[in-house]
Write a protein that binds this ligand. Structure first.
Ligand code: C2O
Length: 545
């Protein structure tokens, strides 16, 4: 492979959106930030210089970080933040995956504006498992706030409430001209030629929304998700959660004209939909006299059957050079519940007369808290005690019975104590996890993201998991491989992975609002017996707390 070296300057700048000027934190002065385009097998070196007023870390979402665990990026999990005025160089290689990933800040809510694409093409002389596209482009579905996103987060955490939703949804940083006429020149536009095939790399960079995405009069063939090839899957709608990527082929087989690419949220929860705007970009064939693009018909916001059909129909391309078969034996069988709740006020349940302290979220009834003085990975490497425990789960999970709500009300399910409890795994052990959405407050589809690994999605369903019926539905032949999975609303999913990467790996909901509430945990994978399977020492410029 080659070496791709670049510098990320993180700094504040003023941009204009929704007819207002707003100060944002961004990389190299652009929103979205610069795309990193590499070939499989390349080594990436990114010098991050933090000239912003915030602590910053950068996470390379979906990169395995084998032998480069200190470059993964989540704040206080694998590193201390890069302080204002500080810098840190991330070095890692991109072996074993082709497709679309992305990078984003992993510190507070900075990733709202600190993000960009990470495009991995095949090595020289290697090919895509589909006809070479005539054109490639990236579509980043995001959110825009008429505020500093860190302020939005801090305000919500301070008063214990749920934060406000974004003011607009965006495509490649622009809300689009459909509802925002004052910025008609600032709508993303993709110019195409008739009769050609374009590879579109769709990334959900939003903090808190899953999206439906369509292009008027055009259909998609999905060829990869989360930088893992899929069997070609034809669809006219894409469903994508925060953190996920979906690579599709589109053919410009319509008459010359203007076609909207459009997205709005998929809202699985029973919630009032706070912002029903549609974000748009334009797909333009040349020489058209048309002035108003054609708008596609997006599914209803709460169209869970459409979302579920799309998300469960995807299968892995087992002829991919990067495919490895699903492990047939399981060393660690885990059952993890997760969902939203409230955080405990302590034994007397009095928080200034309130019943609860604030909104919380949990995995196995524990709200995960990050350390502040040292990262979990450094605590593991240096054997520092008192930073975390390895007793996850420290109690059997409490399961909510959807079929009998009043009988299953359990204060212990609602009120979740805080902990920093990790699950210790032997190197190379195989892990199966049943993920069960269970909560007294608001069930919804949670996009669960695992750092350091891809996992296989063996089965998914609604309601409570039932081993007797579910096991026979496991796909052990060509299950989709992902790093982020939207677990069906009020339902379950079964995933499997091989813990062949020593280190500390965050596993959390990629809806950013749920992360400070505690919807996460981490795996601690022990060293193996060889130099390659042993956690190396941290680099010399590693940020200190
Ligand atoms: Cu893309 Cu821990 O996140």
């Amino acid at each position: 492979g080659y070496i791709v070296e670049t510098t990320f300057h993180v700094a504040n700048l003023t941009v204009n959106r929704l007819c207002k000027n707003q100060v944002i934190t961004a990389v190299n002065g652009t929103l979205p930030g610069p795309a990193l385009t590499v070939r499989e097998g390349d080594t990436v070196i990114v010098h991050v210089i933090n000239d912003s007023p915030y602590n910053v870390t950068i996470h390379w979402h979906g990169v395995f970080q084998r032998s480069t665990q200190w470059a993964d990026g989540p704040e206080f999990v694998t590193q201390c933040p890069i302080r204002p005025g500080g810098n840190y160089t991330y070095r890692f290689n991109l072996r074993g995956q082709v497709g679309t990933l992305w990078w984003h800040a992993h510190s507070q809510w900075l990733r709202a504006t600190v993000h960009g694409a990470l495009i991995i093409r095949p090595r020289l002389w290697q090919k895509y498992p589909f006809a070479k596209p005539d054109l490639e482009d990236t579509i980043m579905l995001g959110e825009w706030w008429n505020a500093d996103p860190n302020d939005v987060e801090n305000a919500a955490l301070a008063d214990g409430s749920a934060p406000a939703n974004a003011d607009a949804y965006t495509i490649n940083g622009w809300p689009g001209d459909l509802f925002n006429s004052c910025i008609s020149n600032n709508t993303y536009r993709l110019n195409v030629k008739p009769g050609k095939t374009t590879l579109l790399r769709i990334i959900n960079v939003a903090l808190n929304n899953q999206f439906f995405f369509k292009i008027a009069n055009h259909s998609f063939t999905v060829v990869a998700i989360d930088a893992a090839y899929t069997n070609p899957y034809k669809t006219d709608v894409i469903v994508i959660g925060p953190g996920q990527t979906t690579d599709v082929l589109i053919t410009t087989n319509q008459s010359p004209g203007l076609y909207y690419m459009a997205a709005h949220p998929y809202v699985s929860a029973v919630l009032p939909i706070l912002n029903t705007n549609i974000t748009t970009a334009i797909l333009a064939y040349p020489n058209t006299t048309q002035t108003r693009p054609i708008l596609p018909n997006l599914p209803a916001f709460n169209d869970t059957p459409t979302a579920h059909r799309f998300l469960t129909n995807l299968t892995a391309l087992t002829t991919s050079p990067f495919w490895s078969p699903v492990p047939r034996t399981v060393d660690e069988n885990m059952f993890i519940t997760f969902g939203l709740g409230l955080s405990d006020c302590g034994a007397n349940l009095s928080c200034g007369g309130l019943f609860f302290e604030r909104m919380a979220a949990s995995m196995n009834n524990r709200s995960f808290v990050l350390p502040t003085g040292v990262s979990l990975l450094e605590a593991f490497y240096r054997n520092i005690s008192g930073v975390y425990t390895t007793d996850f789960p420290d109690q059997p999970p409490l399961i909510f019975d959807y079929t009998n709500i009043s009988n299953s009300f359990d204060q212990n399910l609602l009120m979740t104590p805080k902990s920093t409890s990790l699950k210790r795994l032997r190197f190379n052990s195989t892990v199966q996890i049943v993920l069960q959405n269970t909560a007294l407050i608001g069930i919804e589809n949670h996009p669960m993201h695992l750092h350091g690994f891809n996992f296989y999605v063996l089965a998914q369903g609604f309601g409570n998991y039932d081993a007797a019926t579910a096991t026979s539905s496991f796909n052990l032949v060509n299950p989709q491989e992902r790093n982020t999975l939207g677990v069906p609303v009020g339902g379950w999913a079964v995933i499997r992975f091989r813990a062949n990467n020593p280190g500390v790996w965050f596993f959390h909901c990629h809806l950013e609002v749920h992360l400070p509430w505690g919807l996460g945990m981490a795996f601690l994978v022990e060293n193996g017996g060889t130099p390659e399977s042993t956690l190396p020492p941290p680099p010399a410029d590693f940020p200190q707390c």
